[in-house]
Unconditional design. Structure first.
Length: 410
């Protein structure tokens, strides 16, 4: 595996590579290596990957839904791990480690690879690893030794599985066991999966007893990327038609309210009449429930957060990496509504400008591999400028720039 890993990093594409025991590199690992490389992950260093510190980490953990399952995790995993050479970690849905507990000596050793509370162990930040890859795939996974993308983790093995909100089905985090060769046993992954099942059952009971879902305080609208737009409210996740998603997003962007005439123009400059808009708004009112939508003008009467807001908030804080992680793709990419197109361009250009200012190789790699960035000559040029001229990636990026020059007639 170490030889296969080295060949892959050197640019060999003849994988799967045959290991001494005659087995090929597992497809789940090879696919993750490719994602890690395309994201620009450094296989030899983590850099500064601790996103949450001190009081900010403590407050975030206290408010996070995984805090509700910590007693179960400690009872089933942590108590036995304390003297066994193992670590038990719980992350959030973005891959940030919220708790790292277990054998104190092993915990000290793990400092060398930044496996610490508050650190970002998402796959696109540190490469192939069990918690990060489990979240990327929404599936349990084991990663052994040199299967890790980062060489600093080759002495370790890990087993992890995602944890879901039992009411909405959304991922809220992951549970992981990390240690030496002992973690490579199939029984360890079974133990992690059993703990996840127990934790989700406990979470369901707590939510039913309190009669309050995890996301009861506000509705959430998701409109970014290629997936069908969704509205989550009261723990229920509803798939939306494109038109209803357009209306909700425009109302969320205009909290002062919109008339039917104005909304018709934002939705379709030429062919949509206010009567049709009013009919659609009647259907939207049913989606939001009693007291969710006001009229004269039409306006939201509930708190509605959007994934667009999350990207903007990260940009406002100067957290370009977090903004890019929160941006799976353009706003409602199939929408032709003028008001949506304006929002789509505005968000994309703000994010793009922040990426170009950052000069971050990893972020530029991810952007140029995305729908928005694959033909962005300025981004490819910035990416080339931060690469080592001796690296295989430098040659590939330079070649891609040549292809774009010909295609776009530059």
């Amino acid at each position: 595996m170490s030889s296969a890993h080295s060949s892959f990093l050197a640019g060999a594409e003849s994988l799967p590579v045959i290991r001494p025991e005659g087995e090929s590199v597992r497809s789940v690992v090879l696919d993750s290596w490719r994602r890690s490389r395309s994201s620009g992950v450094d296989p030899d260093g983590f850099g500064d990957v601790v996103d949450l510190h001190g009081s900010e980490l403590r407050q975030y953990r206290a408010d996070h839904p995984t805090a509700l399952i910590q007693p179960v995790v400690r009872k089933l995993l942590v108590e036995d791990a304390a003297e066994s050479g193992l670590l038990v970690a719980v992350s959030d849905a973005q891959g940030r480690l919220l708790w790292v507990e277990g054998d104190s000596r092993v915990k000290d050793r793990a400092l060398a690879m930044n496996f610490v509370e508050g650190a970002d162990w998402s796959e696109d930040r540190v490469g192939t690893n069990a918690p990060g890859t489990a979240l990327a795939l929404d599936h349990h996974v084991q990663i052994f030794g040199a299967e890790h993308f980062n060489r600093a983790v080759h002495e370790w093995s890990c087993s992890a599985a995602p944890v879901h909100d039992p009411l909405s089905g959304a991922i809220i985090g992951a549970i992981d066991i990390t240690g030496g060769p002992r973690v490579a046993a199939p029984e360890v992954l079974s133990l992690v999966r059993a703990t996840v099942a127990a934790a989700e059952s406990e979470l369901r009971l707590l939510l039913l007893e309190s009669r309050k879902p995890l996301a009861a305080t506000a509705a959430r609208l998701e409109v970014l990327g290629p997936h069908r737009p969704t509205l989550t409210r009261g723990g229920e996740r509803v798939r939306l038609s494109q038109r209803h998603a357009e209306i909700l997003l425009l109302l969320a962007e205009h909290l002062e309210g919109l008339s039917a005439d104005h909304l018709a123009i934002l939705l379709d400059e030429a062919e949509l009449d206010p009567v049709t808009v009013r009919a659609e708004l009647s259907r939207v009112r049913k989606l939001l429930g009693e007291g969710g939508l006001g009229s004269r003008p039409y306006r939201l009467l509930i708190d509605l957060t959007t994934d667009v807001d999350e990207v903007r908030a990260a940009l406002a804080r100067g957290e370009t990496a977090a903004a890019l992680r929160a941006y799976p793709g353009p706003i409602l990419p199939r929408s032709l509504a003028p008001g949506i197109d304006e929002l789509r361009v505005e968000l994309r250009e703000r994010l793009r400008a922040a990426l170009l200012r950052s000069g971050d190789r990893r972020l530029l790699a991810r952007w140029t591999g995305s729908v928005d960035g694959r033909e962005d000559v300025a981004a490819w040029t910035a990416y080339l400028a931060v690469l080592d001229r001796q690296s295989p990636m430098y040659t590939q990026v330079k070649a891609q720039l040549g292809v774009l020059d010909q295609k776009l007639g530059i």
